[in-house]
Design a binder for this molecule. Structure first.
Ligand code: UGA
Length: 449
């Protein structure tokens, strides 16, 4: 078993730490924020991620995890140092590498033995070379520090599962021994391990997230057309998804993509293109489509309500996706902002994200549940498709409202069931459709007789 240090106790760092500990490695987490260190020492996980608290506790009690702000202590005995610090987008979309650079310098100052440096943060192509350059210039007592690029493909809310069941593990390096050593850490996971150079690994991460984003924007564009031609995009997605060349995921039309990754990485890729004179029109268009989705919802609201001035609009779901309390680049923030600009009163409910939203929008009425949101509202907007919203008594919701109007920003509901519940319903390319079956394919995906 190996000794591993991980720098940065964010989503990726914490998940990587507990998962490697679960695989029986000894993991030292290095985190500069003393508050976070204190929380972690007490077993309090400073973010919400499925199974993370349990795995932290189990491995902490087994003595396989430790956390410190002290580099010398955190690096002692380590064979691998994973850099998992954040790389937020700056104003022009360029990822900020300040924390990657400072972590690298701290490693160079504190390390007293040969170690493999593993870059897991999402970083622009060429960053591994920058890191290797900083280490080479530092002298570091004659020890070697090969740099391996090992991007993560973890979804928030599924991150532990994704780590333990990867579709692929990407190991980019010019040093074959270092690549083999990092690959060996992942061998128990029984996934294909792709060895490549650092730049390929770095690019593959950006290309993957940009492709997901583009797929979503693609189906959102099709949804706009579906609205015009009275076609249900949910059926179109299902039909498309049956083609093994496409696959069915990331084809759910709706309010668009948010979160800490897709928006940042799309910006980062566009910036990479710009700095080399590659215009990237497709990715830019995907971004533009995404930015316009909240306006699509506003347009639908206008069509049903006329002037929005003085209306009370209820928001169901605030976080950037279900099963997360993360509000980074959440679509709800844009929707609330637009509603406020149109003179609306806003009520909202989210199972996890209300406290964070209140920091940005203190003048929203935060409610105990969806029924309280509905009471007296002139319309509802479903922004985040939490499971609990599927279970609501929609007749009751409609009866509590001033006007029983709902814009389903995630196509969570069946338009016909909503009409039966008394709603005036509009989705994103998803309305009460005239035909229940299309070209012999039934709604449940089976072939119709
Ligand atoms: C994303 C990628 O899915 C991960 O593979 C990647 O590792 C991660 O970014 C990262 O770079 O760290 P995540 O940000 O957790 O993961 O979010 P996703 O589950 O991919 O969802 C992103 C956004 O797209 C959400 O706002 C979601 O509501 C939206 N979405 C997703 C759609 O609008 N339609 C879909 O069909 C799927």
């Amino acid at each position: 078993m190996s000794n591993i240090s991980i720098i940065g106790a964010g989503y990726v760092g914490l998940v990587t730490a507990v998962c490697f500990a679960e695989l029986s490695h000894r993991v030292n987490l290095i985190e500069m924020n003393p508050e976070k260190v204190n929380c972690l020492k007490q077993g309090i996980i400073p973010l919400s991620e499925k199974d993370l608290p349990e795995l932290w506790q189990r491995n902490w009690e087994a003595g396989r995890l430790s956390v410190t702000s002290d580099y010398a202590q955190g690096l002692a005995d380590s064979e691998f140092i994973f850099i998992t610090v954040w790389t937020p987008a700056t104003g022009n979309g360029k990822p900020d590498l300040k924390w990657v650079r400072s972590a690298t310098k701290s490693i160079a100052e504190a390390a007293n033995r040969p170690m493999v440096i593993v870059l897991k943060s999402t970083v622009p192509v060429g960053t591994a070379d920058i890191v290797a350059g900083i280490l080479a210039r530092s002298g570091h007592n004659g020890h070697r520090f090969p740099v391996v690029s090992n991007p993560e493909f973890l979804r928030e809310g599924m991150a532990i599962f994704d780590f333990m069941h990867p579709d692929r593990v990407v190991v980019g390096a010019s040093d074959q021994n270092a690549a083999d050593a990092v690959a060996a850490l992942y061998e128990p996971l029984d996934a294909p391990i792709i060895k490549c150079d650092n730049r390929t690994a770095e690019m593959s991460k950006y290309a993957s997230n940009a492709f997901l984003a583009t797929r979503i924007s693609f189906i959102n564009e099709i949804a706009l057309l579906c609205d015009e031609y009275d076609v249900d995009v949910v059926q179109v997605s299902r039909i498309m998804g049956m083609d093994p060349r496409f696959g069915s995921s990331y084809l759910n039309a709706g309010l668009g993509w948010g979160g800490s990754c897709l928006p940042k990485d799309v910006k980062g890729l566009i910036h990479m293109g710009k700095s080399r004179g590659v215009p990237m029109p497709l990715i830019r268009a995907a971004q533009q489509t995404n930015e316009s989705q909240p306006y699509v919802v506003m347009q639908k609201l206008h069509q049903l309500l006329g002037s929005l001035e003085g209306m009370t609009i209820g928001i169901l779901g605030l976080s950037f996706k279900p099963n997360s309390d993360d509000m980074r680049e959440a679509r709800s923030l844009l929707v609330i902002d637009l509603l406020k600009k149109h003179g609306c009163q806003v009520k909202a409910y989210d199972p996890l994200a209300m406290r964070t939203t209140a920091e940005v929008f203190p003048n929203v009425t935060y409610c105990a549940d969806a029924y309280e949101v509905a009471a007296g509202s002139d319309a509802l907007i479903l922004v985040t498709e939490w499971d609990e919203f599927k279970e609501l008594d929609m007749k009751k919701i409609a009866s509590l409202m001033n006007k029983p109007i709902i814009i389903d920003g995630r196509n969570l509901y069946d338009p016909e069931e909503m009409a039966q519940a008394g709603f005036i319903y509009d989705g994103m390319g998803h309305r009460a459709t005239k035909a229940k079956q299309l070209e012999g394919i039934a709604l449940d995906g089976t072939q119709a007789m």
